[in-house]
Design a protein around this ligand. Structure first.
Ligand SMILES: [Zn+2]
Length: 93
């Protein structure tokens, strides 16, 4: 738990159209603007951050279908370092 957060900056980050993030569902890399951002909400649940203003670590999905894939892969647990609580897939609908 007390590990220092190493900041990994992928080489692809030098994108033309702003920061590029990886979809935790399918693993494809897209401009951040095209992805839906998720963060850990106050209750520990994973919530959509539509305004992209909430603090903290984010996880990104490129589409509704990727939510299912992300849940299967337990990708949120990985993205949030085991802190992810409940994920409500209907948030994307
Ligand atoms: Zn995806």
């Amino acid at each position: 738990m007390g590990r220092p957060a190493g900041r990994l900056v992928p080489a692809e980050q030098s994108a033309r159209s702003g920061p590029v993030r990886m979809c935790v569902g399918c693993g494809s890399k897209r401009p951040q603007a095209e992805l839906t951002r998720f963060v850990i909400g106050p209750g520990g649940a994973v919530v959509v951050d539509r305004e992209r203003r909430l603090p903290g670590r984010g996880a990104y999905l490129c589409g509704v279908g990727c939510m299912t894939a992300a849940l299967k892969r337990k990708a949120f647990g990985r993205a949030f370092r085991g802190k992810a609580g409940l994920v409500d897939p209907s948030q994307l609908g």
